[in-house]
Design a protein. Structure first.
Length: 71
């Protein structure tokens, strides 16, 4: 396997994980991360998906931190 193919596989895995986390975050966790919970419209949720997918490690860490602080 070449380095380019390995890099492509790594990118595909990162992107797949990002899409999964983004969809879960936008559907269930976006309103819980904010200090004062609020509702999001469908348009706002659609706008959050690309950013949440690209920055999924940060989004996941922040989501888990907010979840622990609620307990």
């Amino acid at each position: 396997m070449t380095n380019v193919a390995l890099l492509g596989y790594c990118f595909a895995i990162y992107a797949a994980a990002g899409v999964g986390v983004a969809i879960a975050f936008v559907s269930a966790g976006a309103s819980r991360v904010l200090p004062q919970p609020m509702g999001f419209t469908l348009g706002a949720r659609l706008l959050l998906i690309p950013g949440a997918a690209a920055l999924w490690p940060y989004v996941l860490a922040r989501w888990l931190k907010a979840r622990k602080s609620l307990r």
